[in-house]
Write a protein of this length. Structure first.
Length: 506
């Protein structure tokens, strides 16, 4: 075993770390990922707001001070990659570098600094990778993706795992400020004219608009805090289109420094908020989507997704992330997999209808059921709930997060402890979601006292509704596992689904 594996037992070692350097029009960022996988986890993430694109539209050049700042950041990133053992470094550049007259000269300097080739993405390629990023992080995406950077806006239609050819327009915050000489009225005329003739937006009606990019995420963060939203997780945050339009109009028309909670937005981002709001406002007016969903995944994650083998692309990102956490933190990862099959049999016989999305969420919950076992017994439910609700999962919306967190909470604390549950988290869950979380939590509580979290037991036992009774089968040597706690937990589950409990031994 390598020294790294000995000193870092909390990491997965299915390949070396992989770094991506993203040279954008506003920020230059380094992300080092644990490994290439269907559900990539960032080991390190740092950005420098250099503003390379702030004068490109009027002067045609990258500003000298921005170039100096960017090269300094890239030099540090090279050293960080070496320190972290990330020998494979992917580097990309976007609108400012492809549009500026001195962009090629800057890229040559940057390549010597980072010691790898830099791929200057075309607008179409940037749109394609952004779409792949959303496809990789949104389960069954259906709508139009918009990636708002400092220099450009990329738009592309996505349906499932397919993306149409995208397009790019110079509507990034820095570009708009430059084109309009920082006049929002002039910027508005340019945005209206540019977006008005785009067919891709006409196809967005009654679908989802997926907003990608740091300034739009800042806008969403501000909305979260102003509305008192209970879960401060950006990925999957969704707002009804009419509410998003009203908020965009507000931010566009007032001095952003006077907005409540403006301190939650990085001061360097604030000057661009009005331009981001302006672009979003016209996208919503023209496209008429039914909601806006914010994606934390974009070009970088799309690039990683494009490198996966087809069999890995077809995996479910949520299930893979839950499986990784199961491997890292459960007493027995195999037991989590067996719990999926055990609850499959129970649900199939229960008479409870379960749609496909509910089934995949149940599978994820089974994999996450034991990640809190090292905590103090009185806090296992609370700790597990917090880890899951705020975890770095993708391919799940916020109500789905609430279901996972609630199910594992109930698995630890039982069904009579609702007073310990955060009322804020329950705001995200429907009555049906809470009911299903309670049923699964009760089933998992039973499974864990039967098996003691050890593998090999659940496949030899069975829980099913038979002849209108909830029957627990403990055959042969497993009959000795029966006891007062098993009986009590079987009774609790039976009460939830309206059945009589029975234990069948031998």
């Amino acid at each position: 075993m390598s020294r790294a594996k000995i000193v870092s037992p909390g990491r997965l070692y299915n390949g070396p770390p992989l770094a991506v350097v993203d040279i954008g029009s506003n920020s230059v960022r380094l992300v080092v990922y644990e490994r290439l996988s269907r559900s990539p986890t960032a080991l390190f993430n740092e950005k420098a707001l250099c503003g390379l694109g702030r004068e490109v539209q009027t002067t045609g050049l990258l500003p000298a001070d921005a170039v100096e700042q960017a090269l300094a950041a890239i030099k540090r990133y090279r050293a960080l990659c070496a320190t972290m053992g990330a020998k494979h470094v992917l580097a990309i550049a976007t609108a400012a570098c492809r549009d500026a007259k001195n962009g090629r000269a800057f890229i040559k300097l940057a390549e010597r600094t980072i010691k790898t080739d830099i791929d200057v993405l075309s607008g179409a390629r940037e749109a394609e990778l952004t779409a792949l990023g959303v496809i990789s992080g949104v389960h069954q995406a259906d709508g139009v993706v918009g990636d708002l950077g400092g220099g450009s806006l990329e738009l592309v239609d996505v349906r499932g795992t397919r993306a149409r050819r995208g397009l790019t327009r110079p509507l990034g915050g820095l570009a708009l400020a430059d084109i309009s000489a920082k006049s929002l009225k002039k910027a508005e005329k340019f945005v209206k004219k540019t977006l008005g003739a785009l067919p891709v937006l006409r196809d967005c009606e009654d679908r989802t608009f997926y907003a990608v990019g740091g300034t739009w995420r800042a806008l969403a963060r501000l909305h979260m805090w102003q509305t008192g939203y209970p879960l401060h997780v950006m990925h999957g945050y969704a707002i009804p289109a009419d509410e998003a339009l009203e908020f965009a109009r507000l931010v566009h028309r007032v001095d952003v420094e006077t907005l409540s909670n403006i301190d939650v937005v990085n001061s360097a981002r604030r000057p661009l908020l009005a331009y981001a709001a302006l672009v979003l406002e016209y996208i919503l007016r023209i496209g008429k989507p039914d909601r806006v969903m914010f994606s934390a995944l974009g070009v970088r994650e799309g690039l990683l997704y494009s490198l996966l083998k087809q069999k890995d692309k077809e995996k479910d990102a949520l299930i893979e992330a839950a499986r990784d956490l199961n491997r890292l933190r459960s007493r027995s990862p195999r037991h989590g997999e067996e719990l999926i099959e055990w609850t499959d049999r129970f649900m199939a016989s229960s008479g409870l209808d379960e749609v496909g999305e509910e089934r995949r969420l149940r599978h994820a919950a089974c994999l996450l059921a034991d990640i809190g076992w090292r905590a103090h017994p009185d806090y296992r439910g609370e700790q597990s709930m917090n880890i899951i609700a705020h975890g770095g999962f993708t391919a799940i919306d916020h109500p789905g997060r609430a279901y996972l967190a609630l199910a594992v909470f109930y698995r630890h604390v039982g069904l009579i402890m609702d007073d310990e549950l955060s009322p804020r988290l329950r705001e995200l869950a429907s009555t049906r979601t809470i009911d299903r979380a309670r049923v699964l939590g009760a089933a998992m509580r039973l499974a864990y006292v039967v098996s003691a979290a050890m593998p090999g037991v659940l496949p030899k036992t069975k829980l099913a509704v038979e002849r209108h009774r909830l029957a627990l089968h403990l055959p042969g040597e497993y009959a000795a596992l029966n006891g007062e706690r098993v009986t009590a937990r079987l009774r609790s589950l039976a009460r939830l689904i309206g059945r009589e409990p029975v234990t069948l031994l031998g």
